[in-house]
Each structure stands twice: as structure tokens, then as C-alpha cells.
Design a protein. Structure first.
Length: 334
């Protein structure tokens, strides 16, 4: 008989892992502190995940409502300084929809979902997919959905030295607006426009104030760092509990799904008694390092460049001259 697995956290990584384990007839319980549907701080621009991976999870049909994105424009001081066609189409799909759809599919496959609870016990058979590790990284993340907000490209990316913010359309015609800012406070009703102003994006702040915020969609998060997260002892961690990629890449949701999928085979082997828990954790950590180290390294370097005016000038010069191709940089962070 297969040993049961408990997943602490019902976000993209936890639910993807739960679905992959149920495909292997592993008994799984997902413990989630909140309820579905819910809004999360997330860019909701999904690129880099392969159709084969979605088909492997048997969730490709859940992406039918998604917007299809093919263009991007980068702004500084209200001026578009770079435009490009994406090397491959990306999805625009909200966490409000996708988390709920994945949770329903997980339950339909025989998984146990416990909402409104926090899992506290560590030990064998427990996988942590509970989001960021609390850390003083000096960042403020903000997200909201807006209506009556026009875009000049499928993905607008606004950059200043004080932070950056992405705008992309999701299902239902709404626009996800998600930003990463240096420091800041917890969100109030005018949090996103105020953060844009503080970062030097006054024109964008005005656009947001003229649009309409979808009630309940404004969320904020602080006390986190980017890159590999601190893991206590021999805990098995996936998703943001293992690593957080800078959001400008548009690869965070893809990486969460891929993280859950990548851990499933080893956890199924432990469940069947073929691996010790210690070896299972070691193999999952090694798989994550092989899978994600390069894109994390490139993403952190590129973010540092793009958050400096001189760096943005250098990037524009390299792209304009053809010495660096946009497609190359795009691939490096996926």
C-alpha cells in the first residue's frame, strides 16, 4: 500500500504536485490556509511552460479561457523604449481562476483538500508548498485587477530605478497590474498608483487612477527575497518555498507548475517504499537545482541591470545594435 503524502499549501506548485501524485494513485492531502477562489500577488503572465507539460498534468483544457499574448513593450519615463514580438505565445490567466480550477480537478481525482487550515507538523511525507519564506528582502509586491484600462501591447513592462510593474490582460477582459518596488508599506486603497508615483512612474499612476479596480483584487506582500529560499533542515520544498524568480520574467507561474511536476516521481517512489525520505529530499533538491539554477541566475542579473538607468541604456544599446537578441535573453530566464 502506498504511504500518504501531505502537501502544505494549495497554490500552483502544491496543486500541480497533488494532481501528478493522484495520477500515480498516491494518497494525497493538500492543506490550504485560505479558500478558493482567491486573489494572489502574481503577474499572471504565463510563459515558458510547454504544452506537453500541461498535457502531462492533464490540465491543458483549463487554459482554454486564457488570453493569448504575442507582444511586449518596455517603458521608461512614459516612453516606450523597446518593443518586440514574443518568441512563443504566452498565456494571460488569473490565479483567481486557475487555483480554483486546479483545486476542483484535484478533488475530482480523489485528492483530499482541507481549506482554512495551516499545516504545522514537519516530518516524513510532508511537502512544503506554502509560499515564500519570510525574509527581510526589502521588497514590496503589489497586484490588482483593473477594468477600463487600455494597453499598447499584450505585456507592458514599466521600469524605473525604484521598481517595475507589468500590465497584461487576463480572462474576462480584465488587466492584471503587478509590481515589484523597493521597500514600501502594506497596501491601501490607492496602493498601486501611489507606489508607481513613488517609483517615478507618474503617467502610469494617472492611467491606473482613471481605470476601475476590481473589488477584492488588490493584494500586497512584503518580507520576501528573490532567488533560492532558505530551507530548514531536510524539508522537502517546492514552488516559492524553494525559489522565487524575479517577476519581470513572466516565468513564476510556469516555474511553480514545473516544480510540482518535477517532484512527483521521487515522491511516488517514496510512497511506494522505494526511496528513503532523506534520499527523496536530496533528489528533489538536485532536480530543482538542475532545472531552475540557470534561469534564476540570469533573472537576478537582468533585474539588477534593468533597475538602473545606466543598465537600461546599455540593454537598449545592445538590443538595438543586434549584439544581443531579445529571443536570447527571453530564453535565458525560462
Amino acid at each position: 500500500m502506498n504511504k500518504p503524502i501531505t502537501i502544505a499549501g494549495g497554490g500552483l506548485a502544491g496543486l500541480a504536485l497533488g494532481l501528478a501524485l493522484r495520477q500515480r494513485d498516491v494518497p494525497v492531502a493538500v492543506v490550504e490556509a485560505s479558500a478558493y477562489p482567491r486573489h494572489r500577488v502574481c503577474g499572471e503572465f504565463i510563459s515558458g511552460i510547454q504544452r506537453e507539460e500541461l498535457a502531462q498534468l492533464e490540465v491543458d483544457e483549463l487554459f482554454r479561457p486564457a488570453c493569448q499574448h504575442t507582444s511586449t513593450a518596455w517603458f521608461e519615463d512614459e516612453r516606450a523604449w523597446f518593443r518586440a514580438t514574443l518568441p512563443a505565445p504566452a498565456y494571460g490567466l488569473s490565479r483567481h481562476y486557475l487555483d480554483d480550477a486546479l483545486a476542483r480537478k484535484f478533488v475530482a481525482r480523489g485528492g483530499e483538500l482541507r481549506c482554512g487550515q495551516r499545516h504545522e507538523r514537519d516530518g516524513e511525507g510532508v511537502v512544503w508548498a506554502s509560499g515564500r519564506v519570510r525574509s527581510d528582502g526589502g521588497w514590496l509586491g503589489l497586484k490588482a485587477h483593473f477594468e477600463e484600462l487600455d494597453l499598447s501591447a499584450d505585456l507592458e513592462l514599466h521600469m524605473q530605478d525604484g521598481g517595475y510593474i507589468g500590465l497584461t490582460r487576463v480572462e474576462g477582459g480584465r488587466v492584471n497590474v503587478c509590481g515589484l518596488f523597493r521597500g514600501g508599506r502594506a497596501p491601501g486603497t490607492d496602493a498601486l498608483p501611489a507606489a508607481c508615483e513613488a517609483a517615478g512612474m507618474r503617467g502610469l499612476a494617472g492611467r491606473l487612477r482613471r481605470a476601475r479596480v476590481v473589488p477584492g483584487s488588490l493584494k500586497g506582500v512584503t518580507h520576501f527575497k528573490l532567488g533560492w529560499q532558505h530551507v530548514e533542515g531536510n524539508r522537502v520544498c517546492i514552488g516559492d518555498a524553494a525559489a522565487i524568480i524575479p517577476p519581470f520574467t513572466g516565468n513564476g507561474m510556469s516555474m511553480a507548475l514545473q516544480s510540482g511536476l518535477a517532484a512527483a516521481a521521487d515522491l511516488a517512489a517514496w510512497s511506494a517504499g522505494e526511496l528513503s525520505w532523506l534520499d527523496t529530499g536530496r533528489r528533489i533538491r538536485a532536480t530543482h537545482r538542475r532545472r531552475f539554477s540557470r534561469r534564476l541566475r540570469w533573472a537576478l542579473v537582468l533585474q539588477a541591470v534593468l533597475l538602473r538607468r545606466a543598465g537600461r541604456r546599455l540593454a537598449l544599446g545592445l538590443l538595438a545594435s543586434g549584439l544581443t537578441r531579445f529571443e536570447t535573453l527571453y530564453t535565458k530566464v525560462r
